[in-house]
Write a protein that binds this ligand. Structure first.
Ligand code: GLC
Ligand code: MG
Length: 532
């Protein structure tokens, strides 16, 4: 029987709040703006909206440096605005998922202000303080994810504090039960306000090696990579003790019913699946970023999908992600023609899909002039910045694409007048229409949302073919990863037995006549067995 838990059958849509919709003309998106656009999300056909951080923050890392876990930064609005957003979302049957950032706070958080004040402060042990190495340098060789040492010496007490990211983002000490209790209260604060779950920021980082051993050198490191890759993160992350921490979070959510816990985890498949936990006591969905990291061709993607399916623990529910606020846009990576293939892949694989705002209209890489760079990572390590995938949503052809009446905090893409929601929503051939149709089919066919998956053998190296099925329906998906027509002759007799349910190429006829099937260049097809 199909499992109907919402976070298994549903689709998640990520909103980066600075860039979705501005309501007050300051050029920065806000909560009221998101509320205004909920009708759009309902129309599109997603089921949940995950909102990146909107908490009070000095914005050193644009909200991933939290100064108060239980508030709303005035830039984004008020708690009343948040409550209204939740109510309006729920009215439209949309779930609301918050971004929970437990690994680190802002240096401006009162806990850290207290912690750094003296070695005997009651909050001293809420963060990670160590004496200098004998030579006065940092306690070990750990590197910040944004480049440079992960330790900063604090003049007030002469000790170093650890920060896996910016020096403005000190790591909390999750070995301290007081920290855990305080963070559980944060979860309850938002659960009591009606949120439907959390995406937990860098969850695999929470526990570090108790002995703070040096990380080993990474033999695969090459000079173009970010500095963090110089060492393999063996001791600074993915420690066995993490699973107790996650089980405790799950226990906090449990009394609230169907809430979801999603973990941000950048690890290879075999480590990633460990985060489902023993007896599935881990996160519900360990974010699967493999599609982002795998070369874009039919063979590699097919191998990845099968390897991931095989690695899942019994009962572990899969999930797929094509983009987020930290990764180059999918349309930039694979090109406009393949963006439709990516859409069909994301929304027809088995597992919960997460869409990143703007990908549905094909937003691509937006070049950022040097004087408009915002991301601190770009300043530390040029070329690694994330601004190009964080630019404002493009709604219509009014000034600033309808995002804001003020100057947007990041530039719009140059094609905003030609690439926006208003234009694409009425265009049967647009990417937005394709996304909407796919989302509609996921609701119409449980074979697609919660059904089984079977990879089909393909003699054509450019085509990835698979089946989705339940008791009533069998669907076949064929994706041409190449820019030339491809013939599929080895996956069965198509003439008569199968009907076209959806093609990325809207001019394709619905009936198939030949045994061989010819896919157009960059074409994706969804077929249904029978009813021709
Ligand atoms: C996560 C976030 C990223 C942030 C980092 C530090 O990876 O997605 O945007 O910079 O954590 O909080
Ligand atoms: Mg605003």
């Amino acid at each position: 029987m199909a499992d109907t838990v919402w976070w298994k059958s549903g689709t998640v849509y990520q909103v980066y709040p600075r860039s979705f919709q501005d309501s007050d003309g300051d050029g920065i998106g806000d909560l009221r703006g998101i509320t205004r656009r909920l009708d759009y999300l309902a129309w599109l056909g997603v089921d949940a909206v995950w909102i990146s951080p909107f908490y009070p923050s000095p914005m050193a890392d644009f909200g991933y440096d939290v100064a108060d876990y239980c508030g709303v930064d005035p830039l984004f609005g008020t708690l009343e605005d948040f409550d209204a957003l939740v109510a309006e979302a729920h009215f439209r049957r949309l779930k609301v998922i918050l971004d929970f950032v437990p690994n680190h706070t802002s240096i401006a958080h009162p806990w850290f202000v207290d912690s750094r004040a003296s070695r005997t402060s009651p909050k001293r042990n809420w963060y990670i303080w160590r004496d200098p190495a004998p030579d006065g340098g940092p306690p070990n060789n750990w590197i910040s994810n944004f480049g440079g040492p992960a330790w900063s010496r604090d003049a007030a007490t002469g000790q170093y504090y650890y920060h896996a990211f910016l020096r403005e983002q000190p790591d909390l000490n999750w070995r301290n039960p007081e920290v855990r209790a305080a963070m559980h209260d944060v979860l309850r604060f938002w659960l009591d306000r009606g949120v439907d779950g959390f995406r937990v920021d860098v969850i695999w980082h929470l526990m570090k090696d108790e002995g703070f051993r040096d990380n080993p050198a990474n033999p695969g490191f090459t000079s173009g990579q970010a500095e963090i890759n110089r060492f393999t993160q063996v001791y600074s992350a993915d420690r066995p003790e993490i699973f107790d921490v996650i089980a405790e979070m799950r226990a906090v959510l449990a009394p609230y019913g169907d809430r979801v816990l999603i973990g941000e985890i950048y690890l290879p498949v075999e480590r990633l699946v460990a985060y489902y936990g023993a007896d599935l006591a881990g996160v519900d969905l360990p974010f699967n970023f493999q599609l982002i990291q795998t070369p874009w061709n039919a063979r590699s993607v097919a191998e990845l999908v099968v390897a991931y399916e095989d690695a899942l623990p019994p009962g572990g529910w899969p999930n797929w992600v094509l983009g987020n606020h930290d990764q180059p846009r999918i349309a930039a990576r694979v090109g406009a023609a393949q963006a439709s293939i990516a859409a069909m892949l994301l929304l027809t694989l088995r597992g919960t899909p997460t869409l990143y705002y703007g990908d549905e209209i094909g937003l691509a890489h937006v070049p950022i002039p040097p004087d408009r760079v915002q991301d601190p990572w770009e300043r530390n390590e040029p070329g690694h910045g994330r601004d190009p995938e964080r630019t404002p949503m493009q709604w219509d052809d009014s000034p600033n694409a309808g995002f804001s009446v003020g100057e947007p905090w990041l530039p719009l893409s140059a094609d905003a007048v030609a690439r926006n929601v208003e234009l694409q929503c009425d265009d049967a051939r647009s990417l937005l229409t394709l996304y909407r149709r796919l989302l509609r089919l996921r609701r119409d066919y449980t074979a697609l949302s919660t059904g089984g998956f079977r990879s089909l053998p393909s003699s054509n190296a450019f085509v990835f073919a698979y089946e989705r099925h339940d008791a009533d329906t069998t669907l076949r998906i064929l994706l041409n990863f190449s820019a030339s027509p491809q013939t599929v002759s080895d996956t069965g007799a198509y003439g008569g037995a199968w009907t076209v349910l959806l093609s990325t190429h809207t001019d394709r006829a619905s009936s198939l006549h030949a045994n061989d099937l010819v896919l157009e260049a960059n074409e994706g097809l969804m077929l249904i067995r029978g009813w021709s």
